[in-house]
Design a protein around this ligand. Structure first.
Ligand SMILES: C[S@@+](CC[C@H](N)C(=O)[O-])C[C@H]1O[C@@H](n2cnc3c(N)ncnc32)[C@H](O)[C@@H]1O
Length: 477
């Protein structure tokens, strides 16, 4: 068996440890070597063998594959390769920079050449828009680097690559659990709930990576209870924070002490409503209240260890620029912003002169949002609505007042109420940010019937080692 370049010796290609399907194909699968031709939505490589389509997680376009275990679907018409041998490696395959690959599912596209994966992301997003939303007004996309965007001034049907693509992540969610008597701490295997023990995550910003490594080691040696470990960093000062959310009661004082000794400035340990908060210096931790990341919103900006923050600082600058640019083009006006978080778009939108009504349902994020607005002196420009964005669509009426622009940035599940909201509020422009092209396309499907057209569609390759990109779709009436 040939190892992929960079893979540890003896590594097996077991991208998805699923049991093989109970129903084998009616005609036996002849097997044999086949090429990976493309990358599918969801990240797997795609090839054809013996008249069937095979999805191969972990494969790179140009790889030559020999499937040794397949989980069949569709009566044997297609299948997911559970285990394979790499007959020959693609020239687009990069050596892994991480000893935990290919087992660790944190970076499923780590080994793919950066331009190839950027191209695959924008093509996938456009194909979802065409297939699901029947929007075919999207011109051929370009791949840009940040300096090109700066020179050119504005993107448009493009994917913007971001630097760096390693050692950049501002936050992560890791897992602590048990396999038999052993405590494991790290990320999940791709497509499974099995925890891969991680010693060091090179995807994290080094200032976050080091305390995280120490915390994971302490989780194993001090047998923490099962739970999730959220780690986050602020860019300036380089404060790190960690929250551990226990799934069942355990020695939480010990966990808090361990996180402090690992070097986190702010520590929160929670089990249900009970939270222990502290830090290496408890006074500083209390003053810190959140992890301060001024770069994220172009001014002082704090978020919590458990509230949402975009994972890539440089990519986020591109994202915020895109949203603000598409807003200021319309001139001063009223913006309804759904899914505001701690104010990543809200603050720059308010600074640009817009009057913003910002909706967010996570109480912790709302608290940070209000504080961030106070700190920035922008409270008068923003009406904060602490509530569910879905309810806004159901309760909106003429008294809501006119909206010039609707900005939304929902979680991966999307915002099914978009059509209802738009048919009542009739904004001039809708800016839909999303990291999931399928739900964006589903939600945008009815907009053409309401008189909107897709004016611009951009992506920012904010998660370069994964198969997602941050998408910005602009619909005009
Ligand atoms: C992808 S994050 C974006 C946050 C912010 N725009 C940013 O760039 O940091 C989505 C946000 O939507 C919030 N959210 C999710 N579902 C919501 C809902 N139904 N109503 C209101 N807010 C929601 C989450 O708490 C989270 O803060």
């Amino acid at each position: 068996m040939t190892r992929p370049r960079g893979a540890p010796r003896g590594a097996k290609h077991r991208p998805r440890p699923r049991p093989a399907a109970r129903t084998p194909p009616p005609t036996p699968f002849a097997g044999g070597d086949f090429n990976i031709d493309s990358l599918a939505h969801g990240g797997a490589g795609v090839g054809r063998c013996d008249g069937r389509v095979l999805f191969v997680p972990g494969a790179v376009p140009g790889d030559r594959i020999r499937a040794t275990e397949v989980s069949w679907r569709g009566g044997g018409a297609y299948g997911q390769v559970v285990q394979f041998e790499l007959a020959s490696a693609s020239p687009l395959r990069r050596p892994a920079q991480c000893p935990h690959r290919p087992r660790c599912g944190g970076c499923p596209w780590h080994e793919i050449d950066p331009a190839t994966r950027a191209q695959a992301k924008i093509e996938d997003a456009i194909s979802q828009l065409q297939r699901i939303a029947h929007l075919d007004a999207v011109a051929a996309p370009r791949i840009l680097d940040p300096s090109t965007v700066a020179r050119w001034g504005r993107a448009g049907h493009s994917i913007v690559r971001v630097d760096p693509d390693w050692g950049y992540r501002l936050r992560a969610r890791l897992h602590v659990g048990r396999t038999g008597d052993r405590v494991c701490a790290g990320y999940l295997e791709q497509g499974s709930h099995v925890i891969v023990d991680v010693e060091r995550c090179g995807l994290l910003l080094p200032v976050l990576g080091e305390p995280t490594s120490r915390a994971l080691e302490l989780a194993r040696s001090h047998a923490w209870p099962t739970g999730q470990l959220h780690v986050a960093v602020g860019v300036q000062p380089l404060a790190t924070g960690a929250a551990f959310i226990a799934e069942r009661v355990g020695p939480l004082d010990q966990v808090a002490r361990d996180l402090q000794s690992a070097g986190f400035d702010l520590v929160e340990v929670a089990d249900g409503d009970a939270t222990i908060r502290g830090g290496a210096d408890p006074v500083a931790a209390e003053a810190l209240r959140g992890v301060v990341a001024p770069e994220v919103a172009g001014g002082p900006f704090a978020h919590g260890t458990r509230t949402f923050v975009q994972a890539h600082a440089a990519g986020n600058r591109q994202l915020v620029d895109a949203v603000v640019r598409c807003t200021t083009e319309l001139g001063p006006g009223t913006v309804l912003e759904l899914h505001a978080g701690a104010g990543n778009f809200t603050l720059p939108l308010a600074r640009s002169g817009a009057h913003v009504r910002a909706v967010e349902f996570d109480e912790r994020a709302v608290e940070f949002l209000r504080n961030n607005l106070d700190q920035a002196g922008l409270r008068a420009a923003v009406e904060v609505v602490a509530g569910d964005a879905r309810a806004v669509a159901q309760t909106v009426d003429a008294a809501f007042g006119p909206i010039d622009l609707l900005v939304l940035d929902p979680p991966r599940t999307g915002y099914k109420e978009l059509e209802v909201l738009v048919s009542t509020t009739v904004p001039k422009r809708i800016i839909y940010c999303s990291c999931d092209a399928t739900t964006l396309a589903r939600d945008g499907r009815g907009l053409t019937d309401l008189g909107y057209r897709l004016a611009r569609f951009d992506a920012i390759d904010m998660m370069p080692n994964g198969w997602h990109a941050e998408l910005v779709a602009v619909f005009d009436r």
